[in-house]
Design a binder for this molecule. Structure first.
Ligand code: NAD
Ligand code: UFG
Length: 337
């Protein structure tokens, strides 16, 4: 079985390529490297001792996407490619709508043309907006607070309309909670070029001394210690969820949404304390005001993914904190060689 992985050089995509190869799928990647580096392909090959076919280019490029489907006999697609920075999406909405929607439409039109009607799509817990109840279930009301989130919600809508028009499609929409951690080899992980917006990459840069101090955004939420609570999930567990979703769409038609998280909520302070403990390091942090747009708490009910896909997350928060730090330490060591 041959799987096209869009955005396969990225953080979640690269870990999923490794899991696909370990499960004997053939892997074809398209990535324009707007938020990743080409050497990730070599790292995937090094980890798995298997080959990956790489197309460097843009998923909005109809000619290239057509060429890929004409050349490769693609059985199914996992669609990760997209821009994902919430703050940037507020400043540059058109860039986000153009990139995330145009690429998806090009992909779906080409899949239709070549009669490849099986897709797993990367959505996000952001489509639940500010949840009224916890834990979050898949049938909760959907809304968004920023253009990035809106692209996810619109694409979910496009996929639902597509299925309504043609029941031959098999579509799994995966709503990720907060992926952190890295591959146990230390070869791939999350390595943002710019100053990170997300908590774990920021913590790691403070731990390595690249950034001076972590700001904790608010300690007056109605949560266990006043700081924001999130459902952190190890990226390797998340990648494994994609294998289960692929297995499912290869055998059954239909469309469905699944929460991928652990079901447990950790506060910012709990994550800091755990990181300090497992890595034996002190983090310099201070409490500041709330970040606009943040919700107090967000964690998933993942029972549907277990029931339908037979998937559940296995790695704990200690492993996530250790693997995130190990990856960046190894990267920094390799860069100074
Ligand atoms: P990432 O930025 O590391 O990976 C995305 C990849 O897509 C990058 O390698 C980038 O170069 C590529 N890309 C972007 N636009 C492209 C285009 N037009 N053509 C070809 N390649 C393109 O992000 P990630 O964390 O691996 O996220 C993967 C997907 O999961 C994204 O769709 C993201 O929105 C979604 N998601 C991520 C998170 C998270 O916290 N990381 C949470 C929920 C959902
Ligand atoms: N936080 C800080 N300091 C920081 C960064 C974050 O205190 O420097 C706090 C936030 O206030 C929040 C928690 O850490 O309470 C997690 O924040 P992240 O930015 O890591 O994650 P979010 O839950 O805000 O958002 C992320 C992605 C979204 C995605 C969402 C759900 O950025 O794209 O998870 O999947 F939609």
């Amino acid at each position: 079985m041959k799987i096209l992985v869009t955005g396969g050089c990225g953080y979640i995509g690269s870990h999923t390529c490794c899991e696909l190869l370990a499960n004997d799928y053939e892997v074809v990647v398209i990535d324009n490297l707007s938020n990743s580096k080409e050497d990730v392909i070599d790292k995937i090959k090094e980890i798995t001792k298997k080959n990956v076919k790489f197309y460097k280019g843009d998923l909005c490029d109809k000619t290239l996407v057509d060429e890929i489907f004409k050349t490769e006999n693609i059985d199914a697609v996992i669609h990760f490619a997209g821009l994902k920075a919430v703050g940037e999406s507020v400043k540059k909405p058109l860039l986000y709508y153009r990139n995330n929607l145009d690429s998806t439409l090009t992909l779906l039109e080409t899949m239709n043309k070549y009669n490849c009607k099986k897709i797993v799509f990367s959505s996000s817990a952001t489509v639940y907006g500010s949840p009224k109840k916890l834990p979050i279930k898949e049938d909760f009301p959907l809304s968004t607070t920023n253009p990035y989130g809106s692209t996810k919600l619109y694409i979910e809508g496009i996929l639902k309309d597509l299925y309504r028009s043609d029941n031959d499609w098999s579509i799994s929409i995966l709503r990720y909670f907060n992926p952190i951690g890295a591959h146990e080899s230390g070869l791939i992980g999350e390595n943002p070029n710019d100053i990170p917006n997300n908590l774990m990459p920021y913590i790691v840069k403070v731990a390595t001394g690249e950034l001076e101090q972590l700001s904790v955004f608010g300690d007056d939420y109605d949560t266990k210690d006043g700081t924001g609570v999130r459902d952190y999930i190890h990226v390797v567990d998340l990648a494994k969820g994609h294998i289960k979703a692929i297995e499912h769409i290869l055998k059954e038609k239909g469309i469905d949404c699944y929460n991928l998280g652990t079901g447990k909520g950790y506060s910012v302070l709990e994550l800091i304390k755990t990181f300090e403990k497992v890595n034996n390091i002190k983090l310099n942090y201070k409490i500041v005001g709330r970040r606009p747009g943040d919700v107090a708490a967000c964690y998933a009910d993942c029972s549907y993914a277990f029931k339908k896909l037979g998937w559940k997350a296995e790695k704990n928060i200690e492993q996530m904190c250790k693997d995130s730090f190990d990856f960046v330490n190894k990267l920094n060591k390799d860069n100074t060689k």
